[in-house]
Design a protein. Structure first.
Length: 697
């Protein structure tokens, strides 16, 4: 018998071809270098690179027309600047293309241009650096600036976290559900004239404010210094009020003014004088005119990979590259019918939630089998990645997304209950990524936002330091079929969410029917909010048929778990500890089983387990709860609920509600020191059916 031994040998080949015989060779890469390249080359050899990625795509397209369809690479020899979006579409033969860096040096793909010629200067009486920005005809003024790979701060008044109040506001006396009506926002308000009297160039300013669960931003249209009437270019998405005596009103207008010269005073701040076209910057310690790299973003999207319903794009990959510096200018567009029944666009200062119409530095539309691996996406204007309708089998893995204008990954399919199956967005994987420091310009951005998706997996990610929700999955308010189901949110570490700016959020948030969706093995902690709604896991309106298990949730401002309303959700084998108001909360009662709590460990520190409801009940009857371990870490009897101002303890709770009949009060032997949350081998919880949680974090 003959035995064959297969040996894999790495062979380095030096191609000694000329440009004339390039079509006869099986090329694997096109080299790109802006410093030494020339677009008259083909780029098939390292010493003769092309100058632009567009030329590299053209070379590959031409090469493929000769019948050569093997995978190819675009190899970046050095950093690459672009002032226009690079599109890979289905009109060309650009499937199976990988964009990567040369050798061990990671190349940056930068969505803007470098500002040079910095000199020492003074502006507004402050020592600073300055340069002249050469704008070409028709070029918009930029409103973001990146210095030495960090976002420079926009000037702001009041300084720090200060906020201003108004005297009156358009449409400020609404009631009921009118606040959500698209036509009922506010376009103007009456400012206190003394607040704004010292501000020059206010017509170049941006008005920003937080309310409910969104932040809104609008350029100034006009300001009357006599009356204080300030008109914004963009109407608010939700209505505003000035009922400041009513503490905790989420609709009250608290605003601040950005991009004004008089506030230019702090290290790391910048200002663009639009008349002189000079950019001023106050350097941080150690920064000088000679050692700063300053980028003015020029594009909203660096790459758009776009197929069609009839011809998708496949196997486009980004591996080992850094993408950075995009624009954060954004206005939300909605459509409605006018009095004549015509569909018209309405622009507002925010989306209704999560900056869900925002763009990404990399965008996929009708794409299959694409991925981003081992990349860095930093300093974006809105999202890092945007995956839209008709896309499937997209993977984003081992990628760092940091310093993001809104959020990390946005996936927004079409509502398949209302559309063609070709539009399905499914099988998207975000795994092993680090998503941090979101909301730098649009606070309502999510770490991962997944709307109208099927069979997706978000696992083993660390998501931290953002102003709004960590992972949001759904989407449709209520029980209408949106086509979102069988999504997995597993083994993520989500922490420091909320940061006290917005309300109504969760580290993990779901909305609408989602049969087969699983939330498992996540570690969640340090959740905050401005008014209400700092929740760990939040099953919002219509969330149904979801399993929540093996999660560890602690230090939520309001509740570790909150359900607004939903149907047949199972919450089992979790550890919920140290909530600010109560461990658990259900807001609405319904005439069906809303959720079942079973085999959980509830650890309190004086706070009750349940939150009192708004009618004459301890807790809504749509809840079932049994076989749980309940423990007050102080050793005192745990309070089940504060009912009409008095504490209700375990025995009375069982007698009055019939719940927790098989639950116990005992020390579960959970080591909470240094946030370990390790359950001891001798824990009484195991007798209640609790299973060990193997938490990655």
């Amino acid at each position: 018998m003959l035995k064959f031994s297969l040996v894999c040998v790495k062979i380095s080949l030096t191609l000694k071809d000329t440009e004339d015989n390039m079509s006869t060779l099986n090329k694997a890469a096109v080299y790109v270098c802006q410093k030494t390249g020339c677009d008259e080359n083909t780029g098939f050899t390292f010493d003769k690179p092309v100058r632009s990625i567009e030329r590299a795509l053209e070379v590959i397209d031409d090469y493929r027309k000769d019948g050569k369809k093997h995978p190819m690479e675009i190899v970046l020899i050095d950093d690459y600047f672009t002032t226009k979006t690079i599109e890979i579409n289905s009109n060309s033969m650009l499937n199976a293309v990988t964009i990567t860096s040369f050798g061990n040096k990671r190349a940056r793909i930068i969505g803007g241009r470098k500002l040079e010629g910095w000199v020492n200067d003074q502006f507004n009486g402050v020592g600073c650096l300055s340069c002249v920005a050469d704008f070409v005809d028709g070029e918009e003024f930029f409103t973001d600036l990146y210095v030495n790979s960090n976002r420079a701060k926009t000037t702001r008044y009041p300084d720090g976290d200060g906020l201003l109040t108004a005297l009156d506001v358009e449409n400020g006396k609404q009631t009921g559900d009118e606040w959500f009506n698209l036509g009922r926002g506010s376009k103007w308000f009456i400012a206190k004239t003394e607040d704004l009297e010292h501000i020059d160039n206010i017509e170049d300013a941006i008005i920003s404010y937080y309310h409910y669960w969104i932040d809104e931003h609008s350029p100034v249209e006009s300001y009357d210094r006599q009356t204080g009437k300030l008109v914004m270019q963009l109407k608010s998405r939700f209505y505003l009020t000035t009922d400041y005596e009513k503490v905790g009103m989420p609709s009250n207008l608290f605003y601040y003014v950005e991009n004004i010269p008089c506030a230019f005073k702090n290290k790391g701040e910048w200002y663009l004088d639009r008349n002189s076209k000079k950019v001023y910057y106050i350097p941080l310690d150690g920064e000088t005119a000679d050692n700063i790299e300053v980028i003015a973003p020029a594009v909203s999207k660096i790459f758009v990979v776009k197929g069609t319903k009839d011809k998708y794009v496949a196997n486009v990959r980004f591996v080992g590259v850094d993408l950075c510096c995009t624009k954060g200018d954004y206005r939300s567009v909605h459509y409605r019918k006018n009095d004549n029944g015509e569909r018209v666009a309405v622009y507002t200062a925010s989306d209704e939630q999560s900056v869900n119409g925002g763009y990404g530095a990399v965008e996929f539309v009708y794409c299959h089998n694409c991925y981003i691996d081992d990349c860095s996406i930093k300093n974006t204007g809105i999202y890092a990645v945007n995956i839209l309708e008709g896309s499937r089998d997209i993977r984003i893995e081992n990628t760092v997304m940091d310093e993001l204008g809104a959020g990390g990954v946005k996936i927004f399919g079409k509502n398949i209950a209302k559309g063609n199956t070709d539009d399905y967005t499914r099988n998207i994987v975000v795994r092993g990524c680090k998503i941090s420091n979101c909301g730098k310009r649009h606070a309502a951005g999510c770490g991962i936002l997944a709307n109208f998706v099927i069979g997706c997996e978000f696992s083993e990610n660390e998501i931290s330091y953002l102003d709004y929700t960590g992972i949001s999955c759904g989407w449709d308010w209520g029980y209408a079929d949106s086509g979102s189901y069988q999504n997995i949110i597993r083994d993520n570490h989500i922490h420091h969410v909320g940061m006290g700016k917005l309300s109504d959020m969760g580290a993990i948030y779901t909305l609408g029917l989602q049969a087969g969706t699983l939330i498992s093995g996540n570690r969640i902690h340090d959740i905050s909010s401005f008014h209400y709604g700092g929740w760990g896991i939040y099953t919002d309106e219509g969330s149904s048929f979801i399993t929540v298990e093996n999660n560890i949730v602690y230090r939520a401002k309001c509740n570790c778990y909150h359900q607004h309303y939903g149907s047949h959700n199972l919450v089992r084998n979790n550890i919920f500890a140290f909530a600010g108001e109560s461990t658990l909360k259900v807001t609405r009662n319904e005439d069906h089983l809303g959720l079942l709590f079973a085999n959980n460990i509830f650890i309190t520190d004086k706070e009750p387990v349940y939150q009192e409801q708004f009618d004459d009940k301890y807790v809504y009857p749509c809840i079932e709860s049994d076989s749980n371990v309940i423990w007050n870490i102080n050793g005192n009897d745990p309070v089940m609920v504060i009912y009409k101002g008095r504490p209700v303890y375990f025995d009375e709770w069982i007698d009055q509600t019939g719940r927790e009949v098989n639950s116990v009060i005992c020390d579960p032997k959970v080591d909470v020191s240094d946030d370990k949350f390790i359950v001891g081998d001798d824990s009484c919880a195991y007798n209640m059916g609790f299973r060990p949680i193997k938490n990655k974090w």
